[in-house]
Design a protein around this ligand. Structure first.
Ligand code: AP5
Length: 224
C-alpha cells in the first residue's frame, strides 16, 4: 500500500486499542491514541493533563482546541510520512475537518476509516471487565481476554488497574457523547468513500482477521 492514513472509529470499548496494537505490529506505522496521550499527561500533571482531567473523569470530550494541535503536530512529523494509525481521533466534526485540512496541506488524505461496530450493551459488559496495564497500557478483559496471572500484565509484568472512567455512570456518559458528537463522523467518512465497517462483536482474533482481509483487499484494488 502506498501510504496508509488509517482511522479507528467506534464507541468506547469497541476494541480500537486492542486492534490498534495489532495493526501497529502488522504495519510498523506510528500509532497515536488520544486517550493514551491524555492519560499520560494527567499522570505527569502537565498543563495538558490539568486541562483534560475534569472532562475525562466525567466522560465528556475535551474541547477541540485542546486536542487538535496535538494530533496535527504528530501527523506533520516525518515519522508519519508513510502513514499513521489514529485511535480516538477525530471524535467531532470539527476535529475531522481540521485533520482533513492538515492532510490536504500535505497533499495527503485519509486512506481508510475502520468503524468497529458494537452495541451499547456489549460496551457496558466490556468496560466493566477491562483491566489496563499501568506501565505499557496493554488492555485485558477478565472474561474475554484474561491475563495469564490475575492482575499482572502478560507483556511487561506490571500491575493491572481499572481505569477511572470505567465506572458505570461515566461509561453511560461516554456512550452518550459518542452517539451525539462522534457518530456523525460515520456519514462524514461514508460520503468521502473511505468508511469500512467491521463487526466488533466477534472475538478479538476474528475482528483482527477481518481487518487484515479488508486492508488486503484495498491493497489489491490499488494494484489493479
Ligand atoms: P479513550 O481512551 O480514547 O477511550 P474510548 O474511545 O472511550 O475507548 P476505550 O479506550 O475505552 O476503548 P477501546 O475502543 O480502545 O477498546 P479496548 O480495545 O480498550 O478516551 C478516553 C477519554 O479521553 C475520552 O472519554 C475523552 O474525555 C478523552 N479524549 C480522547 N480522545 C479525545 C478526542 N479526540 N477528543 C476529545 N476528547 C478525547 O477494549 C475494551 C475492553 O474490551 C478490553 O477489556 C478488551 O480486552 C475487550 N475487548 C476488545 N475487543 C474485544 C472483543 N472483540 N471481544 C471481547 N472483548 C474485547
Amino acid at each position: 500500500m502506498s501510504e496508509l492514513n488509517l482511522i479507528l472509529l467506534g464507541p468506547p470499548g469497541s476494541g480500537k486499542g486492542t486492534q490498534g496494537e495489532r495493526l501497529r505490529n502488522d504495519f510498523d506505522l506510528p500509532y497515536y491514541a488520544t486517550g493514551d496521550i491524555l492519560r499520560a499527561a494527567v499522570r505527569d500533571a502537565t498543563d495538558l493533563g490539568k486541562r483534560a482531567k475534569g472532562y475525562m473523569d466525567s466522560g465528556d470530550l475535551v474541547p477541540d482546541e485542546v486536542i487538535i494541535g496535538i494530533i496535527v503536530e504528530r501527523v506533520e512529523d516525518s515519522e508519519a510520512a508513510d502513514g499513521f494509525i489514529l485511535d480516538g481521533f477525530p471524535r467531532t466534526t470539527g476535529q475531522a475537518e481540521a485533520l482533513d485540512a492538515e492532510l490536504a496541506g500535505l497533499k495527503r488524505a485519509v486512506t481508510i476509516t475502520l468503524l468497529i461496530e458494537v452495541s451499547d450493551e456489549e460496551v457496558e459488559r466490556r468496560l466493566g471487565g477491562r483491566r489496563t496495564c499501568v506501565k505499557d497500557g496493554h488492555v485485558f478483559h477478565v472474561e474475554f481476554d484474561p491475563p495469564k496471572n490475575e492482575g499482572v500484565c502478560d507483556v511487561c509484568g506490571a500491575r493491572l488497574e481499572i481505569r477511572d472512567d470505567d465506572k458505570p455512570e461515566v461509561i453511560r456518559n461516554r456512550l452518550a457523547q459518542y452517539h451525539e458528537k462522534t457518530e456523525p463522523l460515520v456519514a462524514f467518512y461514508e460520503d468521502k468513500g473511505v468508511l469500512r465497517r467491521v463487526n466488533g462483536a466477534l472475538s478479538p482474533e476474528e475482528v483482527g482477521d477481518r481487518i487484515r482481509a479488508l486492508l488486503a483487499t484495498i491493497r489489491l484494488e490499488e494494484e489493479l
